[in-house]
Every structure is written in C-alpha cells, then in structure tokens.
Design a protein around this ligand. Structure first.
Ligand code: GTP
Ligand code: MG
Ligand code: ZN
Ligand code: ZN
Length: 1586
C-alpha cells in the first residue's frame, strides 16, 4: 500500500487542486449513483427521513448504491454504531477477491474499477450536501452519539467551496468532568459548539504511508474516524477529499479510564493539504496544534513555511517509507524553528510506542496551551478565509434575531414566567382545581349542589375573564409573530428558541436534575426531593411553556363573545400549531405541572390538523409508560429517530404527542397515514408519590395514556424492579378501566439494561414471575374497582408472556461520555420497532382517525376528571357505536316481529275459515288444528331466533363500526333476542287459543242457525207450492199475509235451546289465584278476605302501611322527597288506566265501520294478558317497594273491573247470536219476505243477490283483509322516520317538540303521565305523517288491489267450473278464493236462504258489483279518519311503536326520566339527560320548595338520599348502585349537562310549583342565563345527534 495516504484511495492525485469540469461531474455522477442527484437542489427534510416506510421495518439488505444513503440513515437514526458499514449486495461478489487484491500490487489499478463500492465518507458527504439544516443537525447529533466524527468543514466539489458546519453541530450537547471538577464531583454540561476547548488538528502533506485516521483512533481509543481498514474504507473517495471532520475527547473524571484529563477537540482533514490550502489555513488559525503527517518532505515546502499562525506545528514522518528523507525534515524543521516538535515512526517503534509518543505531545499541548476556541467563534475566521458558514442563510439569521430578541430579555426564570407568561401559571392551576372540583364535589358541604356548581362556574368565568383582560405580553407577541413566519424560518426559530432556552436553564437545571436523581435513590431525602422537584418546575423554561401560554391565550379568547376582535385575531393559532405537528414538532397534551389538558386548545389543534391532512387522517397511537428516568424518551427517540427531551433526572413533564408519517409502501400493512407517538412523564414510585400527592396525577396520566393508545409500551428498567411493582399497579388499574369501557389495549413490556448474555436464561423465570405479579395485581385492582370477574392479567389485556416481553441491553457501550451507543441496544430496539409495527398492522384501532382521537381524548379526560372512572365514562364514540347497534338491532327485531305478525294473520284466517269451503287444511278437529299451528309457530320462532342471533353474531364480527367498543353489550342483546322469542311465543299461543275459542263458539251458533234456516226454507218452499197450486194471481199484501202466517207457525215449531251465559268471574278468580300463588300463603289469605265481585266498585285508594310512613317521617329537611303515598297511588292509577284501556279494546271498537263486525266473545286468554301487564308494570318503578297488600288489592281491583266488562261482553255476544232473536230481526224478516215474493213471481234474483253478496259478505272481508295488512305497513313506514329509528331519537324529537310548544302543561303531562303522553305523541306523529300527500291511501291501495284481483280471479275460475246451482257456485268461488279472505259464514248463511238466483246471471252481476265495490271502497278509505283507523285493534301499529319508544319502561329512580337503552331487555338501565328532581314534583320536605338537584350531579356527591327502597334509612348518593344495581347514572360534572332541563325548570319554575301545589325552587342564578338555543344544543349533544 505504499504511496497511499490514510484511507486515501489510490489515484487520489487525480483529484488535485486544479479541479476541472471533468471532476465536477464526478460529484454529480456519484450523487446520481447514490440516487441523490435531485436532492442536491431539493434537500431532504426531516419528516421525509423519519417517515415509516418499507425499508424502516424490513431487513432487506441494500441492493444497489442508491440504497446506501437510506440504509445509512435508517441505522444512523436509530443510533446504530454499525451504520457506517455500508455496502450494497452487488459488491459481495468481490468480497472473496479483496484479500488477494490487497497483496497483489500489479492489480492495484483494478481496485479502482472493481465493482462500484462507495466510500462511507462519500456517502456521508453526499448526504450532508443533499440535506436541509435540520436533517444535517439530526445526522450530526446521532453521529456524535455513535461517537463518529462529524463534518466540520464540508467540501462541495461542484462549487469548489467548503462550508463550516456550525449549525449542524449546534444540537450536540456533551457532559464531562474536567480535572477541576473531579474533587467536587461536579460536571460540565455544554453545547459543544460553545465549549472553549483546544482543537488539535491532524493533516497530511503529500502522500503518507501511515493511516492518519487509524492512528488517531488508536490515540483516542475510539472508532471516531473511517479509515482504510474499515469496510469500504479503502474505496476511492470521490467527493469527500477536503472534508474536515471533528470529534471530541471528553474526560469522565476517572483517572484510570481517561486518556486525557482535559477535554479536547480533534480535527482530521481528508486529503492533501497541498490541495486544500483554505482548509489548512483555517485549521492553523483555529487549532492549538497542527500535526502534519508526511512521507516525503519538500525542502522548500512553502506551504508550511509561509504560514503565519498561532497553532503549534508538529511534523510527523515515517522513516520506514522509502521516500522519507531525514535531511529534508531537518531543513524544514530548522526553518520553522521546530526542533522538539518532530515525531517519526521508525522500525524499532511499533504502533503502540508511536502512538504513545504522539499522546505525549498532544497531552503537552493541551496541558499548556492557551489557544482555546469554541466552534461558534471559528465562524469569523471562516468568513475571513472565504469559507461559507451554514448559518449564514437569511432564514436562519432572521430566526436567530427573533429568538434572541425574546431570550436575551430573560434574567431570572421564575420572575420571567410570572411577568411574560402569566396565563398558564397560577390562573391555569386554579382553573384546573375548579374544573376537577366541578366533577368531584369534594368541598360541597351542605350547600345545594346546583347552586354550588353554578358558583364554581362563575369562578371559572371570572378566571377566564382575568386571563383575557391581561394584555398579551411582549414575549408572547414576538413568539406568536415568529411562529407565523413561513415554513423554514419558523423551524429555525423554534430550534433557536429551544437551544437558547436550553442554554439558559441548563446550568441550573442540570445541577438540580443530578441532585434529584441522586436523592431519588435514597428514601430518606423525601422532603429535599419535594423541594427540588418544585424548584425544577419553577426554573425550567422550555419552548413548551411558550406553547402552554399560547394555549391559554387561545382558550381565554374562545371564552370571549364570538364577535370579539381579539378572539378573531387569535383564531388562527391552532392552525399554526397543527402545521408544527406536521413538521414533526411535539404537541403538549397534558400539562404536567397543572396536571390538566387544555381541552379546547388541544381539540382545536387536532381539528385543524385534520383539516390539513384530510382525507389522509388515519392514525395509530403508540405510547410509553414507566418509572421516571428509565429511558422512555430515549427509547422512543431511538425507535423513531425523534427528539423527545432526554436528560438525566426528572425531565419529561406531562405528555407530548408527535406525528410520524407513514409512507405509501407500508400503508397496506398498517392501514394508517400517521403514527402518533406519545411520550409521558415518568411515574413515581409509591414512596415518592405519597410526598406530593402525585399518585393522583400519575393515575390520571396512566389512565389517559392507556386509553388513548393502540399499543402501550411498559418500560421497565431492571435496576428499578421494586419501583416497577408500584407502577404496574397503576398500569393495571388503567387497563382494567379501559376494559370496562370496551377497550382491550395491547401492551408490550420492555425490560431495559438487561445484559446480553444472561438475557435468555433468566428471562424465562422472570417472565413467569412478572405474569404472576400481574395476575395478582389484576385481582387486587379488580377487587378495588368492584370488577371481580377479572381474574388474571390477560382478562384485561392482550398480553402474551412469550411475545409480549422485550429485553434490551444497556444504552451505553462503556462509560459515558466517551461511550458510544451500544450496538446491541440499537439492534434490540430495532427488532422491537419491527414487532410493534407488525402488531399495529394487525390491530383494530379504537380511534382510527384524528377526529375520533380527539373525541376519545375529550371523553377520556372528562372521565378521568371524575375519580370514579368507570361509572363516569361516557364516550361519544361508544355512544355512537351503541346507537348504530341499536338501530340495527331494532331492524332485526322488527323483521322478527313482522314475520310473526304475518304468521298470526295467516293463522287467524286459517282458524276463521276452519270448516268452510275456503279452508285448505285437511284437519277436521279444531284442537288438532291449534296444536299443529302451535308446533308450526314454534319451529318458525326457533328459526327466527336463530337467524336473529346469527345477525347479531355477524354484526360483532365485522371490522368497522367500532363494534369492539360495544362488545360488552353483546350478551344483553343476545338475551334480549332470546326473551323476544319467549314473549312472542306466549303471546302467539294465547292469541291462537283466543281465536280458536271464539271460532268454536261461532261454529256452535252457526250450526243452530243453519238448522233453523233449513226449516224455514222448507216451509217457504212449501208455501210457494201451495200458493202456486191455487194457481191464482196473488197481490203483494196477500203474499205478505201468507208469509207472516207461515212464519209464525214455523217459528213456533222450532226449538230454541237458549245458551246459558257462563260466569266470567269464576274463571277470572281462578286465574288471579294462579297468578298470586307463587307469592305465598299470605297473598292467598288476602285474596280470600274479599270476594272478587265486591271489588272495584269504588276508585282504588292506596293506604300506606307502616313502613312507608316511617320513610316519610325519616326524611328531614335536606332530603328532597316525594310523598311515597302519592307516589304509589300514581303508579296504581297508571296501571289501572292501562288495563282498562286494554280490556276495552277487546270489545267492540267505537269506529263506525267496525259496525260490520260482530261482538267478540270472551276468552280466558284475555284475563291472563291483563295479569301479565300488571306484573310487568309493577316491576318498573324501582324506588318503590311493592308491598304484597298493595299488589293483591290492586290486582283484585283491576280483575273485578275486567271481569265485569268481560261478563257483559260475553252476554252481549250470546244475545247478539241468539237464534230466536236473530230470526226475528225485522230486517232479516223483510229480506226473506222479499225473496219469497220474488220466488213466487219467478223474478230473477241474480242482480239483487249479487249486490247483497258483495255488500254483506265480500266487502267486510276485503276491509278486514286490508286492515290486517295495513298495521304492518304503517309500522314499516313510521319506523323509517327519523323520530322512530331508535329510542334516543324518539326521546330527542319529543323533547324538541316540547321545547317548541313551550307550555308548562305539556311538560307536566310529559313528565307525570309519560305513557299517555308518549301514546298520544306517537298517534299524533303517525297521523301527521300519514295525512301528508295521502300517504295512508298509498299504503291501502296495493292491498285493496290485490284482494280485488284475487276476487276477480276466483270469479273467473268459478264460472268456468260447471256448478249445479248457485250454492255450488259460491262454494267454488270461496274455494278458489282460499285463505286470502275471511268470508263470514254467518253472513253467507243469511245470504243463501231462499237463494235461487240464476248463477250465470249472478256471475255477470257479481263482477259488476265487485267493480263498484272497489270504487266505493277506494272512496271510503280516502275519506276515513286516520285516527280511527289507527285505533283499530287489528291495526296494531300504535302498540308496536309504543313498545319501541317506551322500551323497557324503567325510569330513573331519582328524576323519573325514562331509560333510553335499546335492545329490548337489558340488564343495566341508562338515561342520557337527567333532570332537576323538582320537575317530577320532588320537593324539600320541610320548606315545600321544589328541588333543583340533578341526579347526575348528585351521584358524584356524598349527600344522602332516601326512598321507599331504602326502607326508611339513608344512603349516600355515591352508593346508589347498592340500592339500584341495575341503574347506571354517570356523574356528569360538566356545566352544560342537562342544560335542557335547567332551562325548562328556570323558565317554568313558578308554573310547575303551581301545578304541583308547592313553592317554587330557588333557581341557581346561572340557570337563568341559559338560552333556548343552548338548551337545544345540550339536548343534541346528550342524544348524540350531530
Ligand atoms: N445507563 C443507561 N442510561 C440510560 C439508558 N437509557 C437511557 N439512559 C439515560 O438515562 C437518562 C434518562 O433518560 P430519559 O430517556 O430522559 O428517561 P425518561 O424515562 O424519559 O425520563 P422521564 O421522562 O423524566 O421520566 C438519559 O440521560 C439517558 O441517556 C440505559 O439503558 N442505560
Ligand atoms: Mg422522558
Ligand atoms: Zn335521574
Ligand atoms: Zn332500560
């Protein structure tokens, strides 16, 4: 290798001083080769190199040279010390050859051509040339962490100029301990460009056979410099000659380790100084000493002799070289007057000796020199020499001026914060306390809750006013204006600010942090720690404080009226901040000092961010949690190449978020556009936490962070394993809570500082231990949170002990400050990163876009502000998902019901047609028919249930719609589906039984009638014969006389067995007894005390028994109560009203067209239904204990009324169907008489008969048919309307409606007779909707058409069949018509009497009359009153809609607001908008004033309540669950909650009081300020309607 410089490529002389055009393209070719040509003009940016792309998460080796820069960057950003070992795959073929080439001189020239390896220095130079200032800074920083040398002077072959890389190095901060501080154990922490330390430069003159860089590495015992024996180090350098690198040697203060006891900087110029005179002069003027390496020294050597410089010169020659000349050396040395400063390498000296000699000289220099210069000052020298300085660009300079203008004014940090950043200090902390108190009500005392809360609100407003009254300080004005500057300048500004502020507080802080860390180790120093912590927080001033202030300025401005000028001026702040986030700047989420999130500010920033990136706004969130100072920030920085604040001692405060772009090539794997990374403040150990109550803070933070994240990294440093236990407890709680709100987060444990070797052996045991501990903690936590069903850690977390643990070796390889980052650390972190991205790729995010993230965060934080996290968690995403589920479920439920309803219509038709020609069934026995129908419907129900459950299952399997958030409701819904099936089965069975009983009664009646008809017909025929025999014309009167005579005689002959009515009371008593028998003997006893017949004669009056009286007395002045007697009476009244309505419906309706129908008979199924209704209703009001006395007497009362009604119904039925009476009806008689006359006169009856048949038989049948179909259609139609989609929607519309009516009477009706109100409302809504655009007729028409069509078809077919007489014709017709219509057999019988019409004629007329009927019906239906139609029993639409709207029918035990949970039966009830209790006539017991308290505030307090269910005792509201376990009343501390009802109460206070006969409430003053619009808004928000 003779003739080669250190790492100098052979042929380097080609790159001499006289650059020509040919060589300029050399740089371009190389850049092109490296794929960077474009980037020479469009520089690489940070967000570009930090984005996550395929290369970042896969292990593909570099395939070609254009991969090399990325390969290097990827490793460098993860501070991997192997980053410089770069080569692309295609070179590997040369690998084997290299060795031979090393020794084969003749092949020397081939090396140049061999492959196209690239020298690492070229790659580094190229990257620096093609990067912007921020990337350069980042590279320099990471390089120095790896203990690589960094560029000091960067050559640019194209411009032939070099640049001082001052800015690039600005971010490097080093900590060391010089000799002077060894005693005090102090240390120096400095920004290295500002450090005044001697620079020692090493340069080469001509060619040199020694590798300068290698010797330097040996001298400093560190691999600072790339040299020829490194991978690719021997590849010719193409653009990096002239590159001057710098590195630092810094002592640790330990004599045995330190090579030099004072710090020094070492510069290394690549290339021959003859070619790089500028660089050489620069070094001579800035260095304390310059060591010139050479083989061959020219005696004249003007280069050395002409210099005027301060630096000491040292000549380093190699005597072993052939061209070495001692003479020349002597000459030059004498000329320079350097007799001592000569070092030569001889054969006798080995490398070690030589290096030792070198060390002595260097050590001498640094011990004695006064030439110390910081790099910042070198800029002046550079300018003199025409060297560019990277900081000279105008953006950087302006930014610097702006930053200096702010920071130069800072004298004393605490004072400065008070005067210049006043908003986020004490005021913000006070606000925080108020906000939390609003939720927690800790200091409520005996004050009225709502008045207390209004007071807090006023205080808050006052503080906000105070904030906005302060003029924006000079500093903030400057800051905001600088933030508004264009992109690059803004970034420079922020960087300058950060560095300036760091410089200012470093001195103070680093001392404090060190002290803090020391004291942390010792539990004794708690008090001192507290002081230090406080001081740390006071004296730290970072850029985050400016942003915090900005946030507060913004929040204060938002509280101003919308039109306010200063509000408008500040509106754009969130947008700036969103822009910064995109630049990779972190946003402070949680202010760790105040322990609060400025929600308005953060939300608005996130909204703006969403605007900026939409539609690419999908995110995944990674967070980290762990004990303080365990390298969390370092871990994230290493993983993602970012720059969270890192330092020894307490550093991160609160939580910061940062965005990382996801490159297109991995989007398909990760399905997101950004990764959000959240760094958090370290949790304190329990011991430390006790001291300053930060336990609460830690808990809040952990809960929030776990809640936000898709993956939580739990960072555990091995030396902190005891502290670990404390924080795991916090973390487990956080996870448990998340699970309760429907989120099962993923977690990964990272164990730090694990030495590589022991890792595998020990970890097996450790993993097991960890899991045991976690399980134990889960159980404890579950017990504390009353969620005992969580038995082990994996119940709350997705955690696999085998894959969920990562072992990462220590960060430093050796002793800082000279230790590079451990390659093992970087590698392990990289593996971890790959794993994390993989998991993220498979996971379903809970808040997968920025807006949802925002919503999640707000809800989480609201919940966290309550101490009782789970109960207070109300998340609108969850609500949204729940709503969607309900909507779907309603649909399925309706499908289910609809099928059954259709089936019932079919079954009823079948039963009605039983035994008639229309019947399709072969079964002849009614009981058999019912059995077969029952079994048919059971199968049907079973299948429907299966389908229903299947739909539910599929719903939960789908990917979108956030179904996992509502996973915990799944069982509720499944149960509901099952109970729906059971309920339907019961109801269908009883309907079938009722229908059968009625039909049987009819058959009996008809049979009797048929006998009579036959008799009469025979008699009439005989009479006609007789008259004909007389063969004379008879006049009408005579005929009439004859007929009447015959009639009397015939009727006399007929036997009328009169049907005896049965005693309905007996069977009602029977069923009542069965119903009450499970309640025990006392119930029976009570039942026997009174005869059923004697009950129900006077209005039901409830008499309170002892227990309730006691409750009444027990209530004292501070308990708002409702008189329990009145309460129970109200319940009774409600149930009675409902039952009577139901009973009445069983009889004839009032509708006029219903006259055509006959009275129904009583069926036992009816009383069973009534009893079922009573039982259901009795269970609805939970605050009332239902005593058995009450229950029995209520049931008796209702049953008696029902029995009386049914008895009458039964008797009416018998009377109406009494054969004798039927026969003697005048109308019937006239008809018969007319027929007789017609027959006698041989007149054709066909037209008359056809009309009669159409009118009497067909028309009612068609009407019934239409009605039976109409109900379902109406429900279908209505369910599509917004107010009937879910129960929440119905409630919302109803309340909105009330608001617009604005009448207290309406409100009273709504509140006090909710069911009635709801029914009327539904009717009203339906009528309104169906009246629009003759909607009703649109529903009717198709059914009318279809029945007419089938009638016509039947006529057609019947005509074709030859039938002997009309009877057969009609029978044929009925048969053809089949089951679609029910033709009353009774009417048919009447019709057939004396019917001798000509069937052909009949068919002709029949068709005509059917046409007429069609027209008539159409007209009639159009005219018909919609309300009447809806009230029909066979149009079940109202009931169905009612069931849906009223739902479970449960009401809040405190304010009686209706439960709005969907999905039929559910285990826990919930209402969204609780109201002041006074609205339901609750009053203060003694003052008789209406109560203003709202349950959702109450349940957060320690106040007591009493009610029937408490049995005279008193229970704190907080424990309401003990009394009402199936109610969930989330405490809502927010002031806007229930604004709707507050508004109503405030508006109608007096009127309500008058209605209820009590005194008006004391309305909290702020309630009166609520506007109608706000009321509406609150309604919207709580109903989750956007
Ligand atoms: N010896 C050693 N030091 C480490 C390791 N990881 C980080 N450090 C150093 O520990 C100090 C604290 O690191 P940070 O990353 O700020 O720790 P943190 O957990 O974010 O600290 P807080 O945010 O204050 O809780 C820094 O000086 C790191 O260089 C490690 O594995 N071994
Ligand atoms: Mg940190
Ligand atoms: Zn309530
Ligand atoms: Zn409910």
């Amino acid at each position: 290798m003779e003739g080669m410089g250190d790492g100098d490529p052979p042929g380097h002389h080609n790159l001499g001083a006289n650059r020509n055009r040919h060589e300029e393209t050399q740089q371009q070719t190389l850049l092109e080769d490296l794929g960077l040509k474009q980037r020479y003009t469009e520089k690489l940016t940070l967000s570009e190199i930090l984005q996550i792309d395929l290369k970042a998460i896969t292990d593909e080796p570099a395939k070609c040279n254009s991969d090399l820069p990325w390969y290097f960057l990827k490793k460098l950003m993860m501070v991997n010390v192997t980053a410089r070992e770069i080569k692309s795959e295609c070179e590997s073929s040369n690998d084997g050859a290299t060795e031979t080439i090393e020794f084969d001189f003749s092949n020397q020239s081939d090396i140049t051509d061999s492959g196209d390896k690239v020298n690492p220095l070229d790659v580094i130079t190229a990257l620096f040339l093609c990067s912007d200032g921020f990337v350069q800074q980042e590279m320099a920083l990471k390089m120095s962490m790896c203990q690589f040398s960094v560029p000091l002077l960067l050559p640019d072959c194209d411009t032939d100029q070099c640049k001082l890389m001052l800015w690039a190095m600005r971010d490097i901060v080093k900590t060391y301990r010089p000799q002077s501080l060894v005693q005090s154990k102090g240390f120096t922490e400095e920004r290295i460009v500002l450090s005044e330390i001697p620079l020692i430069s090493f340069v080469r003159l001509g060619e040199c056979s020694m590798s300068k860089s290698e010797i330097l590495n040996k001298l400093l015992s560190n691999d600072f410099f790339v040299h020829k024996n490194m991978e690719c180090g021997d590849t010719p350098r193409r653009i990096s000659n002239g590159l001057t690198e710098i590195t630092w040697y810094l002592p640790s203060g330990k004599e045995n380790i330190d090579i030099f006891s004072e710090p020094l900087a070492v510069a290394n110029l690549r290339g021959d100084i003859a070619s790089f005179e500028t660089q050489f002069s620069f070094l001579c003027q800035t260095s304390a000493a310059v060591f010139v390496f050479f083989d061959n020294l020219d005696r004249e050597c003007k280069l050395l002799t002409n210099l005027h410089h301060k630096a000491q010169m040292f000549l380093v020659g190699n005597q072993e070289s052939k061209c070495f000349s001692m003479d020349a050396l002597k000459t030059v040395a004498t000329k320079l007057g350097l007799t001592k400063n000569i070092i030569t390498k001889t054969k006798q000296k080995n490398d070690a000796d030589f290096v030792k000699g070198l060390w002595k000289k260097v050590n001498d220099v640094i011990q004695n020199t006064k030439e110390k210069m910081c790099i910042e000052k070198m800029a002046d020298i550079a300018h003199e020499l025409g060297i560019l300085v990277d900081e000279d660009c105008p953006e950087c300079q302006t930014a610097k001026e702006n930053a200096d203008a702010i920071t130069s004014k800072i004298q004393n940090i605490p004072d400065y914060k008070v005067t210049q950043l006043p908003l986020h200090g004490e005021i913000w902390k006070e606000l925080t306390i108020l906000e939390k108190e609003e939720f927690r009500l800790k200091n409520l005392g005996s004050e009225d809750i709502e008045i207390y809360k209004a007071g807090l609100q006023e205080k808050k407003e006052k503080l906000r006013k105070k904030q906005s009254s302060v003029n924006i300080s000079d500093a903030m004005t400057c800051f905001i204006s600088a933030i508004s500057s264009p992109g690059i300048e803004r970034r420079y500004f922020l960087k300058w600010m950060r560095m300036n502020l760091d410089n200012l507080s470093r001195e103070k802080l680093s001392g404090l942090r060190k002290e803090y860390k020391e004291k942390c180790k010792d539990a004794e120093n708690k008090e001192a720690l507290k002081v230090i912590d406080k001081e740390l927080s006071n004296s730290s001033l970072g850029i985050e404080h400016f942003f915090r202030e900005m946030g507060q300025i913004y929040e204060a401005s938002v509280s101003l009226p919308e039109q306010d000028l200063s509000r408008k001026q500040l509106q754009h702040l969130p947008e700036f901040c969103a822009g910064l986030l995109l630049d990779g700047f972190p946003l402070e989420l949680v202010d760790g000092d105040a322990s609060n999130i400025p929600l308005t500010w953060v939300s608005d920033v996130l909204s703006q961010l969403n605007e900026l990136v939409s539609p690419k706004n999908k995110i995944l969130v990674v967070t980290v949690l762990g004990v303080q100072s365990t390298g969390k920030s370092t871990l994230l920085n290493t993983m993602f190449g970012v720059q969270f604040a890192v330092s020894s001692g307490r550093c991160t405060r609160g939580a910061f978020m940062l965005l990382i772009r996801i490159n297109e090539d991995v989007k398909k794997d990760l399905d997101c556009d950004f990764m959000v990374i959240i760094d958090t403040e370290g949790l304190k150990s329990a011991e430390l936490a006790q001291l300053d109550d930060s336990h609460e803070h830690d808990n809040e933070l952990a809960t929030l962070v776990v809640g936000l994240s898709d993956i939580t990294i739990i960072n555990i440093a091995m030396e902190n394993s005891t502290q670990m236990k404390d924080i795991l407890q916090i973390v487990v709680h956080a996870f448990l809570r998340m699970k309760e709100v429907g989120k099962k987060p993923k977690c990964q444990f990272v164990h730090q500082n694990v030495s590589d070797v022991s890792a595998n052996e020990n970890t097996q045991r450790e993993r097991k231990l960890l899991l045991d501990q976690l399980n134990e903690m889960t159980q404890t936590a579950a017990k504390m949170e009353k969620k005992e069903k969580n038995k082990c850690f994996t119940d709350v977390m997705e955690y696999n002990p085998e894959t969920g643990n990562w072992y990462i070796p220590g960060l430093w390889n050796g002793n800082p400050p000279m230790a590079p980052v451990n390659a093992g650390y970087s590698e392990a972190v990289y593996q971890f990163k790959k794993n994390i991205t993989q998991i993220l790729g498979n996971c379903e995010s809970s808040a997968n876009d920025i807006l949802k993230f925002k919503v999640w965060m707000s809800s989480l934080w609201r919940a966290v502000k309550h101490e009782n996290f789970i109960f207070s968690f109300r998340n609108s995403l969850v609500a949204d998902a729940y709503m969607r589920l309900c909507t779907e479920f309603n649909k399925w439920e309706w499908d289910f019901k609809e099928s059954i309803y259709k089936w019932i219509t079919y079954a009823e038709t079948t039963i009605s047609n039983f035994g008639t020609p229309a019947s399709k069934s072969k079964i002849v026995d009614m009981r058999e028919l019912i059995l077969s129908l029952k079994s048919e419907v059971s199968t049907e129900l079973m299948e429907l249930e299966k389908a229903h459950l299947e739909k539910l299952k599929n719903y939960f399997e789908q990917k979108d719609g956030h179904v996992h958030l509502v996973e915990r409701y799944k069982e509720d819904f499944a149960n509901s589906a099952r109970s729906l099936r059971r309920d339907m089965e019961n109801s269908v069975y009883s309907q079938l039984t009722a229908a059968a009983e009625i039909k049987e009664g009819q058959i009996e009646v008809e049979k009797i009638k048929e006998n009579h008809t036959n008799e009469i017909e025979r008699a009439v025929c005989a009479l006609i014969d007789e008259c004909r025999k007389k063969n004379m014309k008879m006049r009408d009167e005579e005929l009439n006389q004859e007929f009447d005579k015959m009639w009397k005689e015939t009727v006399k002959k007929l036997s009328f067995s009169k049907q005896e009515p049965k005693n309905v009371f007996i069977s009602v008593s029977h069923y009542l007894r069965i119903n009450l028998s499970p309640k025990g003997s006392h119930a029976c006893e009570l039942l026997n005390q009174r005869r059923l017949q004697d009950c129900g004669k006077t209005p039901f009056k409830y008499k309170a028994t002892g227990m309730l009286e006691k409750a009444k007395k027990g209530a004292s002045n501070w308990l708002p109560i409702q008189d329990p007697t009145i309460r129970v009476q109200k319940i009774a009244d409600k149930i009675i009203a409902e039952c009577i309505q139901c009973v009445k419906k069983k009889g004839k309706t009032d509708a006029p067209e219903a006259d055509a129908k006959k009275t129904k008979n009583y069926s036992d199924a009816y009383i069973q239904e009534i009893l079922r209704i009573i039982d259901e209703r009795l269970q609805q009001d939970e605050d009332v204990t239902i005593e058995i006395e009450f229950e029995v007497s209520l049931k008796q009362h209702i049953c008696c009324i029902a029995a009386r009604h049914f008895q009458k119904m039964h008797e009416d039925f018998l009377k109406e169907n009494d054969p004798y009476l039927c026969l003697n009806k005048e109308e019937e008689l006239k008809k018969l008489r007319d027929s007789f006359k017609d027959l006698f006169n041989q007149q054709d009856q066909s037209q008359k008969k056809a009309e009669e048949f159409t009118q009497k038989c067909l028309k009612p049948a068609v009407e019934d048919f239409v009605y039976s179909k109409l109900g379902l259609d109406i429900i279908h139609e209505m369910r599509k309307q917004s107010q009937f989609i879910t129960r929440v929607c119905s409630q919302y519309e109803m309340l909105l409606d009330l608001l617009s009516k604005h009448k207290v009477t309406e409100y009273v009706r709504y509140i006090r007779s909710n069911e009635v109100y709801v029914k009327e409302w539904i009717l009203d809504q339906t009528v309104k909707h169906l009246s629009k655009d003759s909607k009703m007729f649109e529903l009717v028409d198709p059914h009318l058409d279809s029945s007419i069509r089938s009638i016509k078809a039947a006529i057609h077919k019947a005509t074709k069949k030859t039938s002997a007489d009309l009877k057969t014709f009609i029978n044929n017709f009925c048969q053809e018509l089949g089951d679609s219509l029910v033709i009353s057999q009774d009417a048919l019988g009447d019709f057939m009497i004396l019917n001798k019409a000509n069937q052909e004629q009949f068919a002709h007329w029949f068709t005509q009359f059917v046409n007429k009927m069609e027209q008539d019906l159409k007209q009639e239906f159009k005219r018909r009153d919609i309300k009447m139609i809806l009230n029909r029993d066979d149009v079940k639409s109202q009931n169905e809609l009612f069931t849906q709207v009223i739902g479970c029918g449960k009401r809040c035990p405190f304010c009686a607001v209706a439960c709005v949970r969907g999905g039929g039966k559910h285990s826990v009830h919930e209402a969204s908008l609780h109201r002041p209790n006074g609205l339901d006539a609750r009053e203060w017991f003694h003052s008789k004033k209406l109560a203003t308290d709202i349950c959702s505030s109450f349940v957060a307090s320690d106040n007591l309540f009493t009610c029937g269910a408490v049995k005279g005792g008193r229970v704190p509201y907080k424990n309401y669950k003990d009394i009402f376990p199936d109610w969930n009343i989330p405490p809502d501390g927010s002031y806007e909650a229930s604004d709707y009802w507050k508004y109503v109460m405030a508006t109608f206070n007096e009127e309500f009081a008058k209605e209820y006969g009590v005194k008006p409430a004391d309305i909290p003053t702020t309630w009166k300020n609520i506007s109608r619009l706000q009321a509406e808004q609150s309604l919207k928000v709580s109903s989750n309607i956007n």
